[in-house]
Design a protein around this ligand. Sequence first.
Ligand code: SF4
Length: 475
Amino acid sequence: MPGSWRRVDHLAQAHLEKCPDLDYVRAYPMATKLPTPPRVGMVSLGCPKNLVDSERILTQLRADGYQMSPDYAGADVVLVNTCGFLDSAKEESLEAIGEAIKENGRVIVTGCMGKEAEAIRTRFPDVLAITGAHEYEQVVEAVHAAAPANLSPYIDLIPDAGLKLTPRHYSYLKISEGCNHRCSFCIIPSLRGDLVSRRPDAILREAEKLVAAGTRELLVISQDTSAYGIDIRREPRMWKGQEVVPHMTDLARELGKIAPWVRLHYVYPYPHVDQVIPLMAEGLVLPYLDIPFQHAAPSVLRRMKRPGNDAKVLQRIHQWREICPDIAIRSTFVVGFPGETEEDFEYLLDWLEEAQLDRVGAFRFEPVEGAAANALPDHVPEEVKEERYARIMEKTAAISAAKLAAKVGRTLPVIIDAVDEEGGATGRSQADAPEIDGEVFLRDAGHLTIGDIVQVEIEDADEHDLYGVPVGAHG
Ligand code: SF4
């Protein structure tokens, strides 16, 4: 079924765009070179509310792969977040725009003075774009147009497709940067350095702001979510009169009190991951774990130098499902890693049969410039990689189809991503992260609004998606 295969490939590719974990170039032995991220300068004027807007814009841009520039000279584009409260504030804003034009030349204006676009354009015809206060999506889009992010699948966590809309109802929440591991196929630590965790109170404050601005689903991202807080020695911080320890479980619990849906990505199966499963069973955190296993054969995992390489992981998956039967586990796997034998690959297929993962992305190994794995012996011929790739996709598509078929007849919560004019809507179940997993296609759903979380009776399923009707909309 060629259509299905294209879909599988599409899903896999989408995950490749997001996953920091396994990204390789196509043309071995010419390993890929990475682009330098564009830099954004910010001048923020006016009241604390404006400052919050600036923070939100910068947070989104950071998450999108931009770096900040402390000066005009180093910036590819300068954002001026203006204040228009008083005439004196307007004059100060216009002066700031003039200075940014003179010093840099590539300027985007946002904030309260966005309402007076014509006056700004008359005085500064070279301004690249003007947006109004709280128009986060538009200003982020303008930055993307002025200085494209060159998202690299080798280092960035967010799928490119997710950036085109940056919808309000879900937001990526980055909890740390960098990584303490040295997986042999990965160059993140050499590019981004060792793990640097954000303070838990800062993360929770950002989560509150995002939710206040319309976010219903927080997607927790980092290079290694399970390691969160190790570098800051689990030092507690005060949050709403109580101490919060910078630890994945404590953070997840607090985030669960703030946002309706909290989804955890890039969780390595360290022993303490077991503690987060009860939070899922309680409904505080979505019953969803994105664990990039990459392989199952011990010898391959050793050569990959993977963290959390626990021989008992299958047993733990079974235990997780006993505590939280609805847990959806998504993962990615690499086939054709140097030295992978037919036995290693069959071990992986048997492991997948046993693990019954809900969502799987698979990739053929390809080297990236600077990665230690390039120097490993016994590279696998391309035709063998292709053949293994086809076999793993066939296996995982069959597992996915069976798991989705088992949902037909159930009523599941679904978050709405789009509503069409013909009365249909598209959403995602708790088992589906945006861009990388499947979707739920709804009929008789024209009354819904983007961001709604509704109960949906599942009527049909295929290899990757579900089909249903909102409860109460039968006809
Ligand atoms: S754990 Fe760290 S080193 Fe390993 S693949 Fe992920 S980001 Fe790279």
